[in-house]
Design a protein around this ligand. Structure first.
Ligand code: HEM
Length: 421
């Protein structure tokens, strides 16, 4: 029927002018997001996955109660029934209620703003020590010397994982992030192997740690999860293992990208770094702007449990939708001059809308307060102490992660009161 034609038609599938696994996309995905948002704001990938890029559409999708992470029969998209049955434990991000509600509740208290603010002195001490270690050198790698060790130390201490084991799992946590995208198929065999190796390595490591921690519980998250598992009805043994691994990966990987991308962007915008140095009170706004402008996670995914319409296109239950967090964050309908990096943007009254870099709805990032505080302290202190920051390499070298996380960012600087070497 003619009047229903718009709601039953589907857009032409395609990448629309760019190939996302192209290194050019990886280096600078924002022109592609802009072009897509302007020309095909609601689109279909060649794999038949829906893609949204406008702020309002992304926000609506994240909050849509008729969507979750799994198909209605409990499988992940692309998973066979046998694979789903063989899957014993699931990280909370990949679950729907009631499992999601139960798993998230077990650890949510540790991540409230109040609980996280108690970690501030520790975050400050770790940051000071790291900056002391490089101050005399006049050069550092922003990743190795700051952006990685701050979140890694903190999530290890919160979980009760020995920080000195960090080198054992640094590559595993980065490689394991690709597991989130592998189920889409077409993955290169060497990547599949890296993900498998990382998963086995992390499982072996945590199995030993959990066995050693039983009977000697402490004041850490791993001990709380072991208690819940020992009580029997709140957490299965495999769920305990997967939540521990998932929390380590989530806490370890993403914040590296936020701190390193944020500092890189600041250095590329000398006026903005000078403004932040002159007005340190802008650090909270600057951190939100770093999340908006160069957040490490550019897309998240939902699976529909009920049909929904965008722009007259009807999406059906059990179809997948990619939500363009980074594309939404630069939507000119919501952000003035969205391509401009402005450390005071979130200090304006009225403030612009929240960025979508932490996702939204039931799966809104649990570690958002922790990531913000770590970034405020790390960037705030570095900018206050080191002057004349300069990138040694103009082009970013990306790391092993699925997310936008640099592998290294060498910089030169002058420590306040010191001299650059
Ligand atoms: C800059 C740093 C971070 C960014 C950009 C980030 C981003 C995200 C995003 C986009 C999601 C999915 C949300 C959705 O689909 O709606 C998520 C989920 C999650 N994040 Fe983060 N994250 C960061 C840091 C952290 C940290 C430090 C932790 C600490 C453990 C953490 C723990 C989690 C957990 C547990 C989930 C799953 C929540 C759920 O399914 O209910 N994240 N994060």
């Amino acid at each position: 029927m003619a009047e229903h034609a718009a709601t039953t038609s589907r857009p032409v599938p395609g990448w629309h002018g760019a190939v996302p696994d192209d290194p050019v996309y990886y280096e600078d995905p924002y022109p592609f997001h802009k072009a897509l948002r302007e020309s095909h704001p609601v689109s279909l990938t060649p794999d038949g996955v829906w893609r949204l890029t406008r702020y309002d559409d992304c926000q609506r999708m994240l909050r849509f109660s008729g969507a979750g992470m799994r198909l209605r029969d409990g499988r992940m998209p692309g998973q066979t029934r046998e694979e789903a049955e063989a899957e014993v434990g699931r990280f909370m991000l990949l679950t729907d209620p009631p499992d999601h509600t139960r798993l998230r509740k077990l650890v949510a208290k540790a991540f409230t703003p109040r609980s996280i603010s108690a970690w501030r002195p520790r975050i400050e001490a770790v940051t000071d020590e790291l900056l002391d270690g490089v101050a005399e050198r006049g050069e550092m790698d922003l990743v190795k010397d700051l952006a990685l060790p701050v979140p890694a130390t903190l999530i290890c201490e919160m979980l009760g994982v020995p920080v000195e084991d960090r080198d054992t799992f640094t590559e595993w946590t980065a490689d394991a992030t690709h597991g989130l995208a592998l189920r889409r198929g077409n993955a290169p065999p060497d990547l599949v192997e890296r993900v498998m190796k990382a998963g086995l390595g992390l499982a072996g490591y945590f199995n030993e740690l959990i066995a050693a921690r039983r009977g000697k519980l402490g004041d850490d998250l791993l001990s709380r999860l072991i208690e819940a598992e020992e009580e029997g009805d709140r957490l299965g043994p495999e769920e305990l293992l997967i939540q521990s691994i998932g929390l380590l990966i989530a806490g370890f990987e993403t914040t590296i990208g936020l701190i390193a991308n944020g500092l890189t962007t600041l250095i590329r915008n000398p006026g903005e770094i000078a403004r932040l140095r002159a007005e340190p009170g802008l650090i909270e706004s600057a951190t939100e702007e770093c999340l908006r402008y160069s957040g490490p996670i550019t897309w998240t995914v939902r699976v529909l449990h009920e049909p929904i319409e965008f722009d007259g296109y009807r999406m059906e239950a059990d179809e997948e939708v990619m939500v363009g967090l980074a594309a939404a964050n630069r939507d000119p309908d919501h952000f003035d001059d969205p391509e401009r990096f402005d450390v005071a943007r979130y200090a304006a009254k009225p403030a612009p809308p929240a960025h979508l870099s932490f996702g939204g709805g039931a799966h809104l990032c649990l570690g958002a307060h922790l990531a913000r505080l770590e970034t405020q302290v790390a960037i705030g202190k570095l900018v206050a102490r080191f002057d004349e920051l300069e990138l040694v390499e103009e082009k970013t070298t990306w790391g092993r992660s699925l997310f936008r996380v640099p592998g290294r960012v060498p910089v030169r600087f002058r420590a306040a009161g010191g001299s650059a070497s």
